[in-house]
Design a protein around this ligand. Structure first.
Ligand code: KG4
Ligand code: ZN
Length: 352
């Protein structure tokens, strides 16, 4: 069963073909990142316009890469939320139209659930992927860490899950992006912080961990603590503008701030997962979302747990069509989220 997965919720126009929810046959991603970098974040209008230009070529390339034709595709899966309205619309309207023209079933997918299902991909015909070697076992704990979400979920079965905790304010990826901005690093901030943190001391500065509910998160206090620390380091008081900090901080200070921030942010995640593993005794742990690409997080989790830890290939951590192709396959199998091609609407605020 081959599913064509379409993902356009933010700035990536991404399409993949996935077989049986587990085998990756193609994975094509066109990003408008360069167009947003000068603004320090994603500009919704630019993202939507760029999806419009890219979506048809990306679908064609994805079919070519999978060495397959429309006649071999069993269904279309598309992200209908959460995400930017204009961006989601391009993917959903393309999928609705193709579903009608090609006469294929249409499956509506949640972006966040997609990130989790990236972990079900454990084989591929493509080169250069490091995939989990086994399938997740239920019950599992999913750690969702992205630019829009930070949450823990307990899965008893494919579509039987409960959210056990989430961020009360900023998502962890958002905190990486905001701290990067203070340090004058490019968007997206996660990879940039990780890179300079490698030259810094993670114990250089002590930063706070938020005190929130047992499985909840909060990253806005940490971000403010970084801002205050940077202001102190350049000898200014707390009304000194954040956009002027990066030119006053030296290289060592930036590396130390990045390392100290990354250390606390990652430790916060690992601490909460430890509590959840103690209480729920899962048979697997799944890591998902853009921040899952962070190597300190990957290493810290691997060190901390004995039960199988599944992590997608780095290329399948940030937004991609493969995760939607995989989720679509499992939804199709379980008859979940079969959508009407005449009426499927986007849901920018969709929660898990
Ligand atoms: O999942 P994703 O591509 O988009 C959302 O669904 O939000 O995640 C993007 C987020 C950004 O905040 C980016 O800074 C972060 O993932 N990110 C990282 C790394 N790579 C991407 N954060 C930390 N370390 C990384 N290596
Ligand atoms: Zn995402």
């Amino acid at each position: 069963m081959k599913i064509l997965g379409i993902e356009t919720s933010c700035d990536e126009t991404a399409v993949a073909v996935v077989e049986d929810g587990t085998k990756l046959l193609s994975n094509v991603v066109a990003t408008s990142l360069d167009l947003h970098a000068v603004y320090g974040g994603v500009v919704p209008e630019i993202a939507a316009r760029s999806h419009l230009e890219s979506i048809i070529p990306v679908i064609s390339q994805s079919l070519d890469q999978a060495k397959t034709e429309w006649s071999n595709i069993d269904a279309l899966a598309v992200t209908y939320g959460a995400g930017l309205g204009g961006s989601l619309l391009v993917g959903v309207m393309s999928a609705r139209t193709l579903s009608l023209i090609k006469n294929k079933p249409l499956i509506s997918c949640s972006h966040v659930l997609g990130h989790i299902y990236a972990n079900f991909i454990n084989s591929t015909t493509l080169q250069g992927y490091q995939l989990p070697t086994s399938q997740p076992e239920f019950p599992f704990i999913a750690i969702i860490v992205s630019g829009g979400h930070t949450q823990l979920a307990l899965f008893k079965d494919y579509f039987d899950y409960q959210l056990i905790g989430k961020t009360q304010d900023d998502a962890i990826g958002e905190a990486f992006d905001k701290v990067a901005k203070i340090l004058g690093l490019p968007y997206p901030g996660g990879p940039a912080i990780a890179k300079i943190a490698a030259n810094g001391q993670d114990s250089a500065y002590s930063l706070p961990k938020a005190k929130v509910g047992k499985y909840d998160f909060s990253f806005s206090g940490l971000k403010t603590a970084v801002l205050r620390l940077a202001q102190e380091q350049v000898g200014e008081n707390y009304d000194f503008p954040s956009y002027m900090l990066s030119e006053r901080l030296n290289k060592a200070q930036k590396a130390n701030i990045a390392a100290s921030f990354q250390h606390i942010a990652i430790e916060t995640i690992v601490d909460k997962v430890k509590l959840a593993v103690d209480e729920f005794k899962p048979r697997s742990i799944l890591l998902a979302g853009g921040v899952a690409a962070n190597s300190l997080l990957r290493e810290s989790l691997l060190k901390s747990f004995s039960c199988p830890l599944l992590m997608p290939d780095i290329k399948l951590c940030t937004d991609n069509g493969a995760m939607i192709g995989a989720l679509g396959g499992w939804q199709f199998k379980h008859s979940v989220g079969l959508a009407d091609a005449y009426s499927l609407e986007i849901n920018p605020n969709l929660s898990m």
